[in-house]
Design a protein around this ligand. Structure first.
Ligand SMILES: C[S@@+](CC[C@H](N)C(=O)[O-])C[C@H]1O[C@@H](n2cnc3c(N)ncnc32)[C@H](O)[C@@H]1O
Length: 392
């Protein structure tokens, strides 16, 4: 779909006419979450009965849970340890934010049942999902579990949850990379921000003054000085999100899985053009202004920012590792032992470990609150030293 054919284009161009150029973050917010035509709102512009935008067949991109149930199986081992550390609370909240098709929770619950973990009857699941199309998919995926008596409730956002009301684990996989980001560039005379404007019904980029001082503060909070010519993304939503996460958690662990980097790597010379990408039918696009509303847009996550902001609002950084080390720490090898090593299932699990693929590009950040832990099982093998999330 070319930009002019997109049902979102008239809305975006009208907004630009009314209010002037949009920050890139506002444009990305509309492209992904516009109430009528946003990519996530509609489920990738597909009919409700069509295949999901997540997954190998018919999708635009795949995620770890869409490839293999092994992540869910490994996570159960981590949840069991967190439950022990919490002293087996009468209700263990498992909140997943941005659950997509609901596959990860389905796999987790399946494993809990197969292993008969004592946690299962005490689980209260909460799914935080802003897209109606994805919420429907989750309800379908999880209907059988609900019929078996598992408690699952849905909320649109974290504001719907009372502060300090949760004890357990707050989990996300590939949520933060889907938040709208600001794009900035350092020039000789200071920081500039990217705006989207329109001419002759086509969208165009335009650089201007930063729309908010929060952009410069984001960088100075991380002690980062961008070199002249460096373009990057700033995820202010992620900062807001981790503060909300810290607010709703009383006692427990936050597990954030996503592709991304420490600040040091985020602002390394090889990323001088930023990390923003579009995905459509498993094809990568570097042009965010094409297929507006029909392609996924995403930027890598700055884990130092999540850790540092978290520390300020009561989340202690338990540790940081990559997906490969996380899964190995949780015993992925034992889980595939005895399986046919040539089977599709084992091959899919191995994809999550790939040293030049998901195994290293995906990272896992664990933060805790109201708990006395120095480490957790998933961090047994660490790809980073303790100071990796520090920036100076
Ligand atoms: C890239 S998908 C990842 C889906 C799933 N976690 C997986 O790994 O397959 C991002 C998910 O986050 C949801 N999402 C995006 N922003 C959100 C927000 N602010 N609050 C809740 N859900 C959000 C999207 O609708 C979608 O379900």
């Amino acid at each position: 779909m070319e930009p002019a054919d997109s049902p979102l284009m008239p809305r975006i161009t009208a907004l630009i006419r009314e209010t002037g150029p949009l920050t890139f973050a506002r444009f990305m917010e509309l492209a992904l979450y516009d109430e009528a035509h946003g990519y996530y709102t509609t489920g990738g512009g597909r009919a409700p009965s069509a295949t999901s935008p997540i997954g190998q067949e018919g999708g635009d991109f795949f995620t770890a849970p869409s490839l293999s149930p092994i992540l869910g199986k490994c996570l159960v081992r981590q949840l069991v340890e967190i439950d022990e550390r919490l002293g087996h609370p009468p209700v263990f909240h498992l909140m997943e934010m941005g659950p997509g098709d609901g596959t990860l929770l389905r796999d987790l619950l399946q494993e809990c049942q197969e292993q008969q973990v004592s946690l299962l009857p005490r689980l209260a699941c909460i799914l935080v999902e802003r897209s109606p199309a994805f919420r429907r998919r989750q309800q379908e995926t999880l209907a059988a579990r609900q019929e078996q008596g598992v408690t699952i409730r849905w909320v649109d956002d974290l504001q719907s949850i009372a502060d300090g009301s949760l004890t357990g684990t707050l989990l996300s996989n590939e949520l933060v990379d889907a938040f709208p980001v600001h794009r900035v560039r350092m020039e000789q005379d200071g920081l500039r921000e990217l705006y989207v404007t329109s001419r002759d019904h086509a969208l165009q980029e335009q650089w201007g003054e930063p729309s908010t001082p929060e952009l410069a503060s984001f960088l100075s909070d991380l002690d980062v000085e961008l070199p002249v010519g460096f373009t990057t993304e700033i995820n202010l939503e992620a900062v807001k999100w981790i503060k909300q996460v810290a607010g709703v958690l009383d006692r427990g662990v936050v597990i954030t899985i996503d592709y991304g980097h420490t600040a040091q790597d985020y602002f390394a010379p090889e990323r001088k053009n930023g990390t923003l990408m579009g995905y459509h039918r498993h094809t990568v696009s570097t042009n965010p202004m094409t297929r507006v509303g029909a392609q996924d847009l995403t930027a890598h996550v700055n884990f130092s920012s999540l850790a540092r902001t978290g520390e300020r609002v009561g989340l202690t950084t338990t540790g940081f590792t990559n997906l490969q080390h996380f899964l190995m720490s949780l015993g992925i090898e034992e889980l595939v032992e005895g399986c046919d090593q040539e089977s599709e299932a084992v091959r899919a699990a191995a994809r999550l470990l790939r040293p030049h693929g998901m195994g290293t590009t995906f990272k896992v950040l664990m933060q805790h609150k109201g708990l006395d832990v120095s480490t957790l099982r998933g961090l047994r093998h660490r790809a980073f030293f303790e100071s990796a999330l520090a920036t100076a």
